[in-house]
Design a protein around this ligand. Structure first.
Ligand code: NAD
Length: 467
């Protein structure tokens, strides 16, 4: 795999800061455990150089007319579309996702999201009227973006596209497991003709480069996606420095199947939602809630649906050995706490590669670890409810609130239930992904929103002029 041995800073690929040459991160293909490349492990010095470049570029980019910023974003969309195959191949190599999923989702979604901001700028007004005031919407400044590995390019674009649209400049620290697609993105930004320093990339370890970026005094806003543990730390750092922060953290979303729903469809779509990307989706509906009268029928349907996810074929590996161990540990814990193993189990299904069996648990009670904690693997828990109030209590009964689904006989019934859910997104009777819909969490799933106009607003601050 192609890998740069430098950082993309100030519009060029630069060697890492002096004295640290040779410190690299090995990138491993999780399907066969082979090293496919090395990227530099950046330090606080590299982060500082990148933040300086972003700061120097900020006044010029902030003053660039929105139509010109839109033109650059449209060019970026076109480069991402033209290099779709290369992007999909890179994500398959470093994340392990099956080629069809890499093409449709990992490579396809970023094109849609970059395009949505190019289009949005055409009709967006950076000025509002409020009585005798004119409110100016101005870019926040230099953004530090820290992203995870599970949707490696989507999560970069969901931050970079609105930040650049708003007129902010950016330093990105991508996940150490998936830095190659981040380098590819930097190439795309370069090819799209953004001015030097508007976008900068520093690869490196979270506790070193990531932390240096979050702590840097000249970063105005930190936008983070990843684990709740690291999110808490970043929130504390930002709070102490009184800088803006957006946190997109974990989830434990509920897929609520009400009695009038098309049960087979609700279960099949629900299983597919959990198994996609090997379960490494923060918004995955990992808890399926079924009425007691339909419970065993749903369990049998889920077992059948899960059988289609053959490891090494439709089901990819997990990203690394640590995640594989973590997920296997959760499966063992589910058995230990008394859940009924319908299919799957903790044993690794293949000798090579970080694979986990597609696993379905029944008789899961709301207090079990597998019903409360984010597993981040291909593991579905099916819970039983007695009536709607019971279903609502269970659905809302976690510290998270990122996404969810409701299936019912009528749309009205599903919407009435969705209104009572403590969560940031709900799919109604199988509603499709919408790149314009705000995405983000209630409760401990996070702070702030990504995508659409709400995602753009995260990177703007207001100035009121009174007349
Ligand atoms: P993580 O939170 O450690 O990593 C996410 C990003 O934060 C990476 O870029 C990492 O380098 C960086 N980071 C790590 N420590 C940091 C620090 N001290 N300061 C600044 N940046 C830091 O996540 P992980 O260890 O890769 O995954 C662990 C668990 O997190 C998963 O099992 C899953 O439950 C959850 N997770 C959630 C999401 C999501 O989309 N919400 C994504 C990835 C992981």
């Amino acid at each position: 795999m192609k890998a740069h041995d430098g950082m993309y800073i100030g519009g060029e690929w630069r060697p890492p800061a002096a004295g640290r040459e040779g410190d690299t991160i090995a990138v491993v293909n999780p399907a066969d455990e082979q090293v496919i490349g090395h990227v530099p492990a950046g330090t606080a010095e590299d982060v500082d150089a990148a933040v300086r470049a972003a700061r120097a570029a900020f006044p010029g980019w902030a003053a660039t007319p929105p139509a010109e910023r839109a033109a650059r974003l449209a060019a970026l969309r076109d480069v991402l579309a033209a290099r779709k195959d290369e992007i999909a191949g890179t994500v398959t190599a470093e994340l392990g996702s099956p080629p069809a999923f890499s093409e449709a989702v990992h490579a396809g979604t970023p094109v849609a999201v970059a395009g949505s901001y190019a289009d949005m700028l055409a009709g967006y007004s950076f000025e509002e009227k409020a009585g005798n005031s004119t409110v100016l919407l101005e870019p926040v400044g230099v953004v530090g973006a820290i992203t995870p590995w599970n949707y490696p390019l989507h999560q970069i674009v969901a931050k970079a596209a609105p930040a650049l649209a708003a007129g902010c400049t950016l330093v990105l620290k991508p996940a150490e497991d998936t830095p190659l697609v981040a380098q590819l993105f930097a190439e795309a930004v370069d090819e799209a003709g953004f001015p030097a320093g508007v976008f900068n990339l520093v690869t490196g370890l979270g506790p070193v480069a990531g932390q240096a970026l979050a702590e840097h005094a000249d970063v105005d806003l930190v936008s983070f996606t990843g684990s709740t543990a690291v999110g808490r730390r970043i929130g504390a750092i930002a709070g102490a420095a009184v800088k803006r922060v957006a946190l997109e953290l974990g989830g434990k979303s509920a897929n609520v199947i009400l009695p009038g729903a098309d049960l087979a469809r609700a279960v099949n779509v629900g299983v597919a939602n959990v198994m996609a990307n090997s379960g490494q989706t923060c918004s995955a509906w990992t808890r399926m809630l079924v009425h007691t009268d339909q419970y065993e029928e749903a369990v049998a349907l889920a077992k059948k649906a899960a059988a289609k996810y053959v490891p090494g074929e439709r089901l990819g590996p997990l990203v690394n050995a640590k995640q594989q161990e973590r997920v296997r540990g959760y499966i063992a814990k589910g058995v230990e706490q008394g859940a009924r193993l319908v299919t799957g189990g903790p044993e690794a299904p293949r000798e090579t590669g970080y694979y986990v069996q597609p696993t379905v648990f029944a008789d899961v009670t709301p207090d079990m670890a597998i019903a409360q904690e984010e597993i981040f693997g291909p593991v579905l828990s099916i819970l039983r409810y007695e009536d709607e109030e019971d279903a609502l209590r269970i659905a809302n009964g976690t510290v998270y609130g990122l996404a969810g689904a409701v299936w019912a006989g009528t749309e009205e019934e599903a919407v009435a239930f969705a209104r009572r859910m403590e969560t940031g997104q709900v799919d109604i009777n199988g509603g499709r992904f919408n790149p314009l819909a705000p995405f983000g969490g209630y409760k401990q799933s996070g702070v702030g929103r990504e995508l659409g106009t709400h995602g753009l607003a995260e990177f703007l601050q207001t100035k009121s002029l009174q007349f």
